[in-house]
Design a protein around this ligand. Structure first.
Ligand code: SAH
Length: 257
């Protein structure tokens, strides 16, 4: 899920939220990728406090709960996402370990050096990659981990059409080496990086979109935001089909020095 820079009112939020609730996840990713990133964390059994920032309905959050014994604070702007996550957490027996919090990642409520790990799949773009690494660092204990996915160029010299698209929606998309440099500059060591396979976009995310708009369209027919949203999503998918080898998400896993 991405948002344009313009401000949107509450009705728009509701429409956007309903659309993404109808998908099984709110951004590219997969269980396998989350597990692969987790496998790079050396002392997983010692991880006691995790914050999942921009958790959405919590596909990664639930897996974090399954794979660790940690207390997890799952934070997102949208209450409907959080209530879906709460329901699933309870159903899976994680109700006591996953605490949801409606809050912006720009105003985190944590104590300094209180977290063993920060997780943020497909969401750090909301604060910005560089700013996220800089500003979230103080909440991590020394040696604490951070794992995020973010838009990354996979090929040099992207075609003007796709360059323009990203420049308008998320100009911080960059090459992996540039982003690793930003992580180092912010005072971390890079533990691992890997590209998400294309199936994380096409199968796990976009394949659910064509079904979603049908119910969504009838519910919100004539609502301008809904029509715009569907059009925007279809354009994003068209571009991915055309340029999916040029860009994608890279998982960045780092450790606070
Ligand atoms: N991590 C989830 C969702 C990714 S989509 C997954 O991998 O499936 C990005 C999420 O960021 C959305 O749920 C959106 O509501 C949330 N978000 C957007 N702006 C935010 C902000 N300022 N603070 C917290 N969450 C935000």
């Amino acid at each position: 899920m991405s948002t344009s820079g313009e401000s949107i009112n509450n009705i728009d939020y509701n429409v956007i939220c309903q659309f993404f609730l109808s998908l099984n996840r709110q951004g590219p990713g997969s269980k396998e990728s989350t597990l692969r990133a987790l496998s790079l964390i050396e002392n997983l059994s010692e991880i006691k406090n995790i914050a999942d920032l921009g958790c959405g309905t919590g596909s990664p959050t639930l897996l974090l709960a399954e794979m660790t014994s940690a207390q997890i604070t799952a934070l997102d702007l949208f209450p409907a996402f959080l209530s879906r996550l709460n329901d699933n957490a309870k159903q899976m027996g994680f109700g006591d370990r996953i605490k949801t919090m409606q809050r912006s990642m720009l105003e985190l409520p944590f104590e300094d050096e209180s977290l063993d790990m920060i997780w943020s799949e497909g969401a750090i773009y909301n604060i910005g990659f560089k700013k996220g690494f800089v500003e979230w660092k103080r909440f991590l204990k020394p040696g604490g981990y951070i794992a995020v996915t973010d838009a990354t160029w996979f090929r040099r010299d992207p075609a003007p059409e796709i360059f323009e698209f990203w420049n308008n929606s998320y100009p911080e998309i960059d090459y992996c080496d540039v982003k690793c440099g930003q992580i180092l500059d912010a005072g971390y060591e890079v533990i691992g990086i890997f590209r998400l396979p294309q199936s994380c976009w096409s199968v796990e995310y976009y394949s659910h979109v064509p079904a979603a708009p049908e119910s969504f369209k009838s519910k919100y027919s004539g609502v301008e935001t809904a029509t715009e949203l569907i059009g925007w999503m279809e354009e994003e998918m068209r571009l991915y089909a055309k340029y999916g080898e040029t860009y994608g998400y890279t998982f960045y896993i780092a450790r606070k020095l």
